[in-house]
Design a protein around this ligand. Sequence first.
Ligand SMILES: CC(C)(COP(=O)(O)OP(=O)(O)OC[C@H]1O[C@@H](n2cnc3c(N)ncnc32)[C@H](O)[C@@H]1OP(=O)(O)O)[C@@H](O)C(=O)NCCC(=O)NCCS
Length: 193
Amino acid sequence: MEGLNLIGTQPFDTARLKIRPFSIKDAQFIYKNWASNDNVTKYLTWNTHQSIGDSTEYCNSVVKATPQLDYFHWIIELTEIKEPIGDIAVVELDKDKREAKIGYVLGEKWWNQGYMTEALEAVLAYLIFVIGFEKITIEHFTENKASGRVMQKCGLNHSGTSKCVLEQKGGREESTEVYTITKQEWFAKNIRI
Ligand SMILES: CC(C)(COP(=O)(O)OP(=O)(O)OC[C@H]1O[C@@H](n2cnc3c(N)ncnc32)[C@H](O)[C@@H]1OP(=O)(O)O)[C@@H](O)C(=O)NCCC(=O)NCCS
């Protein structure tokens, strides 16, 4: 089996988005555009940021990790307004099995306009076609139907249910839906010879 082509968080563009590495200048937009909003963090494992300081700390930690070639974490910037509106990342990685798990978040103002579907489609292509992952998994809280819909639109298949314990939210337990796509399934959907 060939190894992964580990080239880290490279930038690319889609029709309406710039998918690019984090910069220290992004902290103010992370706070303003999504991380300070309880409606956004409702279905996430992390808590709403209480101040720009929380977003700065988060942003700096991502910037610091970004040079690692096995680290994949992008800002989603809306080209039209040149502002970050969300982020998307590999949140778990198994290099031996060549499997990755993705997480994503988008500011509420931009929901239901196809932006996360656009971002995820591009990131899947990058991770499968360019890096060489064999399988991608994404998990959402059962209640979070919009996220499940994004996964379906991007060709992932429902593979089961699970549970997660939210350490940052007092140890609350949430039921989750697990979706996956294999390299073979992605090629069958996207590559026409
Ligand atoms: C989930 C999230 C990423 C979706 O991003 P988005 O850019 O709005 O997604 P899209 O516009 O590409 O697609 C959303 C789809 O969900 C559908 N949808 C929205 N609300 C829904 C609901 N309550 N029930 C069912 N479907 C819903 C939309 O109609 C759309 O489907 P369609 O194109 O078939 O009409 C965004 O809402 C978000 O960041 N939420 C907060 C954080 C989060 O939940 N992250 C994911 C954790 S797993």
